[in-house]
Design a protein around this ligand. Structure first.
Ligand SMILES: [Zn+2]
Length: 414
């Protein structure tokens, strides 16, 4: 009964986000995951263990063969990891029937596209995503939390605030409004685009107001900030995470590390997906030929900032992709790029997308680890991603909140 009380307490604390005892999860009984190799989320490896899953959570971890349950899932020919976490997606972005980027589509259309995008990300092994998106995320996050429709756990900002919102007082009001409507996080635009140099668009007083109000309401605040000054202001204001930060120098990255500000560089998928789908975006809104040229020029700058970040002791560099239309389900490509081009070790890259990402979402006691008491968000991939990071794309098993949502044989793919 202890588990029930814990679940109820968590449900009350953050809405329905972590309720696992409702819906299909409760009907699975006790499931034993028999494993030979587990990456636990902290960078440690566990060998030959049974992971016993009950009521949506990891009940215990014992020697292989000793777990007792209603059924056994044999994952011994795979590498087992915590479900992956992407801290920056836009669940609702989609292409229209004509194949071009949809702008201003009806809410019911956006919600269903967002559900498709969410499912694609789940099949790719992402069991939690933070959508810094729009209103469509609200009904989707609630539907997924009910536990019938398969998809990742979604945390959402429901929208964003920016210089257009107004001064400190208007920003505080807007933050309170998002909180009242159930936002899990506040998204703030604090700088110009990388295409125009990333200069600050909010003053220190405005950022102090927005992030201060969020903190007073118990919410995290993440800030779109490309340049050094905007990132420093956000960090000084106590904002939780710097998103993008493609133009940050080493001194600013050290500043973030000293203050415990998370850094979420989005250095590959956002660019690559635009380049792959250029014809679908070009000519819509700000997607001009000149803009695409500037994005191509930004790729090496973003990579440079990421490489610098890896050399800053104590900097909490988390995993996020900024996945927009066309990119959902491709999230792991960013992990591969960080290892292959950025020089990060595979194990550190995997930690950034599990326990460290969970910490940046203030869910470090719930997700991102394979440990008794944590949510049973567990995936298995063919091969060993700690040696060959590309293996992270060969997802053959996905369990979310204790419920098996995907199981495929070798080479079948999701
Ligand atoms: Zn974004």
């Amino acid at each position: 009964m202890k588990t029930t009380r814990r679940t109820v307490a968590v449900c009350a604390a953050i809405g329905l986000l972590l309720c696992s005892s409702t819906g299909a999860a409760a009907q699975e009984g006790t499931v034993v995951l028999r494993t030979s190799k587990v990456v636990d989320g902290t960078g440690q490896l566990l060998v030959d263990r049974d992971i016993v899953v009950r009521d949506g959570r990891i009940a215990e971890i014992v020697a292989a063969g000793e777990g007792v349950g209603d059924r056994v899932e044999d994952l011994r020919d795979m590498t087992v990891l915590p479900g992956l976490i992407d801290t920056h997606v836009h669940a609702g972005w989609h292409f229209d029937a004509d194949g071009r980027l949809a702008r201003g589509s009806d809410m019911e259309v956006r919600v269903l596209h967002a559900a498709e995008n969410a499912y694609a990300m789940l099949l790719a092994g992402f069991t939690t995503v933070q959508s810094l998106g729009g209103r469509e995320d609200g009904p989707l996050a609630a539907a997924l939390a009910r536990g019938t429709l398969p998809g990742p756990r979604i945390l959402t900002s429901l929208g964003s605030v920016s210089a257009n919102t107004g001064g400190p007082d208007e920003l505080r009001l807007a933050v309170r409004d998002f909180a009242a409507r159930g936002a899990h996080v506040i998204k703030i635009f604090g700088s110009e685009s990388i295409r125009t140099g990333g200069a600050p668009t909010l003053s220190q007083a405005q950022l102090d107001a927005a992030c201060g109000e969020a903190a007073a309401l118990g919410l995290r605040a993440v800030v779109h900030a490309h340049g050094n000054e905007s990132a420093r202001r956000a960090s000084r204001a106590g904002c939780t995470t710097i998103e993008h930060g493609a133009l940050l120098d080493r001194e600013t990255l050290e500043f973030l590390a000293d203050r415990g500000t998370f850094y979420d560089p989005n250095i590959h998928l956002i660019f690559q997906n635009y380049f792959d789908n250029e014809a679908r975006y070009l000519g819509i809104g700000g997607y001009t030929q000149e803009g695409f040229d500037q994005m191509r020029a930004a790729v090496p700058r973003a990579l440079e900032a990421f490489r610098a970040a890896l050399t800053v002791p104590g900097l909490k560099t988390v995993f996020g992709t900024d996945a927009v239309a066309g990119a959902h389900g491709r999230n792991a490509e960013e992990l591969i790029y960080r290892v292959r081009e950025g020089g990060q070790s595979p194990l550190d890259a995997l930690t950034s997308a599990t326990s460290l990402a969970a910490e940046s979402l203030a869910l470090e006691d719930e997700i991102g680890l394979i440990r008794p008491g944590w949510m049973a968000d567990i995936i298995a991939v063919e091969g060993d991603p700690t040696e060959t990071i590309e293996a992270i794309q060969d997802v053959r098993f996905v369990m979310k909140s204790g419920r098996v949502v995907q199981r495929s044989g070798p080479g079948e793919g999701p």
